[in-house]
Design a protein around this ligand. Structure first.
Ligand code: SAH
Length: 198
């Protein structure tokens, strides 16, 4: 079902992901529906279900991958929780996460390319600047392999950058008892409250 969810517009894209069973949870649906991919992807194919270039030789992930990551972490992206998005790139996933954790939650997106962090700031400001003004969402430049201790402990960490294993300092930022799960395409998604993929 992956790759088949191309949409005519943003709502159609999200509805396709839902009808193909990739989006299952209302909170994931609501978050993705609220974050228009064209604010974060500036090619003429923003509503295609495939990766698209965002500069610096980097791509925004395909929408089905974003949906898959959010579904994997859905039980940890509850109101009031804290999340770290390593390799935040365009900022799309971090913004969805910030919507899911609600007003009392906190999300940090970290990327090691400053131009991309600047891009994620301007992308997010298009429709969701309030998330940054209220400190619900912040972006930082840094090496995600070292984690980001200022926002720790986290209820969950998504690593969108390729990594063969979870770098130890990233895991140190989690609440105790860390299981890690490996998603296809080398995304590592960790949570502190139990594995989501077996
Ligand atoms: N999740 C983002 C981008 C995924 S591409 C999106 O969908 O838009 C992977 C991202 O990981 C790139 O932005 C890259 O710059 C970043 N990255 C790679 N290694 C990193 C590291 N060590 N620390 C922080 N970011 C890193």
């Amino acid at each position: 079902m992956a790759w088949r969810s191309h949409g005519k517009n943003h709502r159609d894209l999200v509805d396709q992901l839902k009808s193909h069973g990739i989006i299952k949870s209302p909170s994931v649906y609501n978050a993705m529906a609220a974050v228009d991919r064209s604010d974060f992807c500036h090619t003429h194919e923003a509503y295609k279900d495939n990766p698209q270039p965002i500069g610096s030789n980097v791509t925004i992930s395909a929408p089905h991958m974003h949906a898959h990551a959010l579904e994997t972490l859905v039980s940890h992206l509850k109101p009031g929780t804290r999340a770290l998005d390593v390799g935040s790139g365009s900022g799309y996933l971090s913004t969805c996460m910030a919507i899911m954790v609600g007003e009392a939650g906190r999300v940090v997106g970290i990327d090691h390319i400053k131009d991309l962090v600047d891009l994620s700031l301007s992308n997010t400001a298009r429709s969701h600047g309030n998330l940054m003004k209220t400190n619900r969402l912040k972006y930082v430049v840094g090496d995600g392999r070292k984690g980001y201790s200022d926002g720790a402990p986290y209820d969950c960490i998504h690593v969108g950058a390729a990594a063969p294993t979870l770098p130890q300092p990233v895991g140190m930022g989690l609440l105790p008892d860390i299981p890690t799960t490996m998603l296809p395409s080398q995304n590592i998604t960790c949570s502190s409250r139990g594995p989501d993929i077996h």
